[in-house]
Design a protein around this ligand. Structure first.
Ligand code: IYR
Length: 221
């Protein structure tokens, strides 16, 4: 037997609903993966609130199989940069394989990751393979990748709403993050969400403005 709680939302009229979702679409369209950050400080409360928003994501059996380690200390950012660049050097030197490196060429990325030290905040996202809500390290979790993926999307959207630039950075492999962040073995690092203001005059590759048109994104039955 399970209890219930009431659920209701403001019932918007259709015009208001459309205008709100159009506003969100237009703000999300402005989001770009930024690799050129300013060192300008961003209040901790903004990051905290964005993480609280991400933490409302739906998840398998409501186990909320995610953890966020927020790194603001210069020392820890440097340690993460050094370990990430060591992996990236091997990746770009050939470990990635030619097809992958060719796919990345339009982005102009390389093994240098100065943004890991310059940006004010690195949010390291971990997926909890087990543990349940109580984080007991034993209870089975479900749909972990899907749940954490949704939470990451919500985190990016929340940070974007705060006018912050973000980058989903995935050094490969990234096991070193578990050690640096002091997380348990049943947690798997998923990505680093780099957050801050873009550097003045920051630019992004024109490649990223090519988004699939709606006609290609969707079919209606
Ligand atoms: N982790 C590398 C490579 C990289 C991989 C993909 I897929 C990207 O979309 C971007 C980069 C790096 O960060 O450079």
């Amino acid at each position: 037997m399970t209890g219930t709680i009431p659920f209701s939302l403001d019932h918007l009229d259709d015009a208001e609903a459309l205008s709100r979702v159009e506003g969100l679409r237009d703000r999300l369209r402005l989001r770009r993966s930024c690799r050129d950050f300013s060192a300008e400080l961003v209040p901790r409360a903004i990051i905290e609130t964005a993480i609280a928003a991400a933490g409302t994501a739906p998840s398998g059996a409501n186990h909320q199989p995610w953890h966020f380690t927020v790194v603001g200390s210069a020392e820890t950012k440097r340690a993460i940069r050094e370990a990430a660049e060591a992996e990236e050097r091997a990746f770009y030197a050939g470990k990635a394989g030619t097809a992958w490196l060719e796919a990345l060429a339009p982005l102009g990325t390389d093994a240098e990751k100065p943004f890991l030290e310059i940006a004010p905040w690195l949010i390291v996202v971990f997926a909890q393979r087990k543990g349940g809500i109580a984080e007991d390290g034993e209870t089975q979790n479900y749909y972990v990748s899907e749940s954490v993926g949704i939470a990451c999307g919500m985190l990016l959207a929340a940070l974007n709403e705060a006018g912050l630039a973000t980058l989903t950075h995935t050094p490969s492999p990234m096991g070193f993050l578990r050690e640096i962040c002091g997380r348990p073995e049943w947690e798997k690092p998923v990505m680093i969400v780099v957050a801050g203001h873009p550097a003045p005059g920051a630019r992004v590759p024109d490649h990223v403005s090519r988004k699939k048109p709606l006609e290609q994104l969707v079919n209606w039955l």
